[in-house]
Write a protein that binds this ligand. Structure first.
Ligand SMILES: Nc1ncnc2c1ncn2[C@@H]1O[C@H](COP(=O)(O)OP(=O)(O)OP(=O)(O)O)[C@@H](O)[C@H]1O
Length: 338
C-alpha cells in the first residue's frame, strides 16, 4: 500500500547540508499498522511528510496504492492526497470554527455536496464518540477530544491510508491509551492502513503489526513487532525495549550472581509459555531458577513476556537447562556480566 524505495532527503543550507533520509526503503502492506520509531532527529517526521509530498524527497520512489507520488503534478497530487489522511501531535484544528465546521470546511473545499458533508460529519463524530461536541469550539475540548476531532476530520475524507505524526505525544498516559484504542478500532473497522511515527515503544507495542527503527536518517532494524521484541539486534532498539522492560540490575549484583551461574533473558509469546517451561527446568534439572525481573505486555495480537532469570547450579546442569528451554521454543539470550 505504501512503498518507499531508496528514498533520500537532503536539506541543503548555506553552510551545511543534512542527510535527513539516507537510502530508506520500506513497504507497508494494505490493512496493517506500521510504526516508525526513533529518537529526536532520526528522520521520522521527514519520512512521514514525504509520503504525502509535504516534503519532496531528493531521490527515490514513493508509491501509495500504486501511485508514484514523486511524479505527480499539483492537480493529480491533490487528488492522490484525498486518499491519505493525516493527524498531528498539535491537532491542527481551526480555533475559530466549531467541531462540526472543522470537519465540514475541508470537505466543502474538496467539493463534497452539502447533504453528504452533513452525513459524514455526523457519522465520523459518532465513530470517535464526540457527537455531543459538534457545536463546541476547540478551546472547550481536552487534548484527547481535540485529537478525536482531528481523527474524525481525517476519516471524513474516507482515505485508505492514515498517517499519524506523533499523535499521542502531547497526551497523558490514560488519554494516549484511549486514542491508541481508537486507532486500532478504525484500522479494524474500516481497514485503513496506518503509518505512524513515534518515540514511544509503548505505541509500537500496543497497536503496530510491524516496526522500523530509525537512526541518523537510516532504517537500522525492521520487522514484525513480535520478532523485533524477541530479537532486537541494534543497541538503539535495545534501549527502546528497555523502556518497556527495565533491566536495571546493579552491577555488583550481576557480578556476584554470574559467579554462581548464568543469567539469561527469556522472551515468550502467549500467557503460558515461559513459566511452565521454567517450572519444568526446576523439575528436570538440578538447577535453582531465580526470577530477577519480569513483565508481560499486550501486543496488538498476543501477550508478550520477558524475564531475567538467574540459573544456579553446575555448568553441566545449567547448560542442559538452557538447551531444554531453547528446545521448548523459548527465546533465550545470555545477559553479559559486567
Ligand atoms: N526543513 C528542514 N531544513 C533543514 N533541516 C531539516 C529540516 N527538517 C528537518 N531537518 C533536519 O533533518 C533531520 C531529521 O529531522 P526530523 O524532524 O525528520 O527528525 P525526527 O526524527 O522527526 O525528530 P523529532 O522527533 O525531533 O521531530 C534533523 O537533523 C533535522 O534538523
Amino acid at each position: 500500500m505504501i512503498e518507499l524505495n531508496q528514498v533520500n532527503k537532503i536539506f541543503s543550507a548555506k553552510k551545511r547540508s543534512v542527510h535527513a533520509l539516507n537510502d530508506v526503503s520500506l513497504h507497508v502492506k494494505k490493512g496493517e499498522i506500521y510504526g516508525v520509531i526513533g529518537y529526536s532527529g532520526a528522520g521520522k517526521s521527514t519520512l512521514i511528510r514525504c509520503v504525502n509530498m509535504l516534503e519532496r524527497p531528493t531521490e527515490g520512489s514513493i508509491r501509495v496504492n500504486g501511485v508514484e507520488m514523486t511524479k505527480l503534478a499539483a492537480p493529480k497530487l491533490r487528488e492522490a492526497r484525498k486518499n491519505i489522511g493525516m493527524i498531528f501531535q498539535g491537532f491542527n484544528l481551526l480555533k475559530t470554527a466549531t467541531v462540526y465546521e472543522n470537519i465540514a470546511i475541508p470537505l466543502k473545499l474538496t467539493g463534497v455536496p452539502k447533504s453528504e458533508i452533513d452525513r459524514r460529519v455526523k457519522k465520523y463524530l459518532d465513530v470517535v464518540g464526540l457527537e455531543e461536541k459538534a457545536d463546541s469550539y476547540p478551546a472547550q475540548l481536552s487534548g484527547g477530544q481535540k485529537q478525536r476531532v482531528a481523527i474524525a476530520r481525517a476519516l471524513s475524507h474516507e482515505p485508505e491510508v492514515l498517517l499519524s505524526d506523533e499523535a499521542t505525544s502531547a497526551l497523558d498516559p490514560e488519554t494516549t491509551e484511549a486514542i491508541l484504542e481508537l486507532l486500532l478500532k478504525i484500522n479494524q473497522e474500516f481497514g485503513i492502513t496506518i503509518l505512524l511515527i513515534t518515540h514511544e515503544m509503548h505505541v509500537i507495542q500496543k497497536i503496530c503489526d510491524r516496526v522500523a527503527v530509525m537512526e541518523n536518517g537510516k532504517v537500522i532494524e525492521e520487522g514484525r513487532v513480535i520478532d523485533i521484541f524477541s530479537k532486537a539486534a541494534h543497541e538503539t532498539t535495545k534501549k527502546f525495549m528497555n523502556s518497556l522492560f527495565p533491566e536495571d540490575i546493579p552491577e555488583e549484583v550481576l557480578m556476584s550472581l554470574h559467579q554462581q551461574g548464568p543469567i539469561i533473558r527469556l522472551a515468550f509469546v502467549g500467557q503460558s509459555t515461559g513459566k511452565p517451561a521454567l517450572a519444568e527446568v526446576a523439575k528436570r534439572f538440578d538447577v535453582y531458577t531465580n526470577i530477577m525481573s519480569g513483565n508481560i505486555v499486550q501486543l496488538k495480537n498476543e501477550p508478550y513476556g520477558r524475564m531475567i532469570v538467574h540459573l544456579q547450579g553446575s555448568v553441566e546442569q545449567t547448560e542442559a537447562a538452557i538447551a531444554f528451554l531453547v528446545e521448548e521454543g523459548v527465546y533465550v539470550e545470555r545477559v553479559d556480566g559486567p
